[in-house]
Design a protein around this ligand. Structure first.
Ligand SMILES: CC(C)(COP(=O)([O-])OP(=O)([O-])OC[C@H]1O[C@@H](n2cnc3c(N)ncnc32)[C@H](O)[C@@H]1OP(=O)([O-])[O-])[C@@H](O)C(=O)NCCC(=O)NCCSC(=O)C[C@@](C)(O)CC(=O)[O-]
Ligand SMILES: NC(=O)C1=CN([C@@H]2O[C@H](COP(=O)(O)OP(=O)(O)OC[C@H]3O[C@@H](n4cnc5c(N)ncnc54)[C@H](OP(=O)(O)O)[C@@H]3O)[C@@H](O)[C@H]2O)C=CC1
Length: 432
């Protein structure tokens, strides 16, 4: 697949900051104001932030980078990533480049259905109460639909009811009602929470019980995002490593995560490196996405890998990722934070589902980058080379000295703060 004007000449990472902003001006449809919001020159002000949370004293910035080479469902995408960790953006770009050689990422999502939960206590006969609720399904759904006529008009609203009997808990049995709610382009917490709070009275009347908790579930397993990619075998050749060795190493690395929760936690952290970075850049709730991902990884009762890796009949590497992704393009901070708005525009997404399809692809790419490095040279060479700049800054380097010191640390293969401080002392003695 030919790379378009969002391509690599010259390498984006070789440009200066100023040149990258100019590049955005000529290669994207972002306005000068939107580029200023992304660059941090005119991002979220303390005054705007003061309307968002409580006791505001300012804002907290994170680096914002753009991952390159992504093709998702046949479309070139520039992916904004807000993350403090070196090598995440580079790794995602590298893996996206491998994937584009096989046609990029194919991603899809289920309908944006969230689950609202109601905990119903003090039931003398929970089994009969469960059936009474199911018999009242239509009336309850109609009442929930009336709560939000706007969402209803947009094609969303309540879709289904489930009633679960929790037979054993520290306080004995109780019922849980699930309201399945289509939240369209929102993350949906507020619509769902409003609906379950409003239904509580009717549910109490039907069951004779007491409704205690009324809140959405972050285990959004009705709102899944899935991505797959095929990496042509030849693309996996790396240094002295044969492509078959790299492929089989990646598969063996995945098998480790599939079988062992200690490894799965790190493996999934690698996936979330990419997922969270886009979730944050777009003003979405990363705690909700994190909670959903890890709960989904443990849904069988044993915590495991969110992704899979294997090979196809031609011997190419194939990867998949499936996870809940409750993200929106309206609501929350997505339309309030100027940089989040610009980030959404940069990706050209017009629905929450499209956003989730990009995010799940980035998660799969990030996983591939980490596994490829781990199964070959190890994580430290690529990661530490990029981390060296942070070490240089921490040691006290400023301005042009940062790159110079980082390069020396990498050359010496000693990316350590004590060595960085020593070099700085040597340099200052030379100049004094
Ligand atoms: C870091 C690389 C990509 C270097 O890898 P490399 O072989 O030195 O890269 P390269 O020079 O051959 O370039 C390949 C592509 O990488 C990208 N790239 C290369 N350098 C840059 C740069 N400076 N800035 C931006 N992009 C860069 C860029 O897209 C480039 O293609 P191009 O655009 O030139 O055609 C590789 O070593 C890698 O992917 N490492 C893994 C990185 C990673 O996973 N980091 C996450 C942090 S570790 C962690 O938290 C998770 C973990 C590992 O524990 C998860 C787990 O255990 O599963
Ligand atoms: N456990 C959790 O994860 C919790 C998370 N939160 C927080 O909730 C926030 C997200 O809630 P969310 O409900 O998404 O945000 P908002 O309530 O801010 O925005 C969603 C609302 O936007 C309106 N809307 C306009 N156009 C659309 C469209 N095309 N599709 C869908 N809705 C549309 C609807 O309101 P209307 O119909 O009324 O016009 C909808 O209810 C985040 O800040 C999150 O941190 C809050 C509580 C718990």
């Amino acid at each position: 697949m030919a790379e378009t004007s969002t391509g690599t000449t010259p390498k984006f990472y070789d440009l200066t900051l100023e040149q990258r902003w100019q590049w955005l001006q000529t290669h994207t449809n972002l306005s000068a104001e939107e580029i200023a919001a992304l660059s941090g020159k005119a991002g979220l002000s303390a005054e705007q932030a003061d309307h968002m949370i409580e006791n505001v004293i300012g804002t907290f910035a994170l680096p914002l980078g753009i991952a390159r080479h992504f093709v998702v469902n046949g479309r070139e995408v520039l992916v904004p990533m807000a993350v403090e960790e070196p090598s995440v953006v580079a790794g995602a770009s590298f893996a996206a480049r491998l994937a584009r050689a096989g046609g990029g990422f194919t991603a899809h999502t289920t309908e944006p259905h969230m689950i609202g939960q109601m905990q119903i206590l003090d039931l003398p006969d929970p089994s009969s109460a469960r059936l009474r609720l199911l018999e009242a399904r239509e009336a309850l759904l109609a009442e929930a639909a009336a709560v939000d006529p706007v969402l209803q008009r947009l094609g969303g609203g309540p879709r289904d009811l489930e009633v679960r009997l929790i037979e054993s808990s520290p306080i004995g049995p109780f019922l849980v009602l699930h309201l399945i709610y289509d939240v369209r382009d929102a993350m949906g917490a507020n619509a769902v929470n409003t609906a379950v709070e409003r239904l509580a009275g009717r549910v109490q009347a039907i069951t004779g019980g007491r409704v205690l908790l009324r809140i959405l579930s972050n285990l959004a397993d009705r709102r899944l995002a899935r991505a797959r990619c095929t990496i042509p075998l030849r693309e996996l050749a790396f240094g002295d490593f044969r492509p078959e060795t790299v492929r089989d190493g990646i598969i063996a690395a995945w098998a480790f995560a599939a079988a062992d929760p200690y490894r799965a936690a790190t493996h999934n952290k690698g996936i979330m490196n990419g997922v969270d970075a886009v979730v944050i850049a777009t003003g979405n709730d990363w705690r909700a996405v994190e909670a959903g991902a890890h709960a989904y990884a443990a849904r069988s009762g044993r915590y495991t890998s969110l992704s899979t890796w294997g090979k196809d009949a031609e011997g190419n590497l194939v990867g998949t990722l499936e996870m809940p992704l409750a993200v929106g393009i309206v609501g929350g901070a997505t339309r309030v934070h100027p940089a989040a708005r610009a980030a959404l525009k940069l990706m050209g997404v017009s629905t929450a589902r499209e956003l989730a399809e990009i995010i799940v692809s980035v998660g799969l790419a990030q996983n591939l980058a980490a596994l490829r490095a781990l199964a070959t040279e190890g994580i430290q060479r690529g990661h530490m080379a990029l981390h060296a700049r942070q070490v240089a800054i921490a040691a006290g380097a400023t301005g042009e000295m940062i790159e110079r010191l980082a390069e020396q640390l990498v050359r010496e293969n000693t990316v350590r703060i004590d060595r960085a401080e020593e070099i700085l002392r040597e340099w200052s003695q030379k100049h004094s």
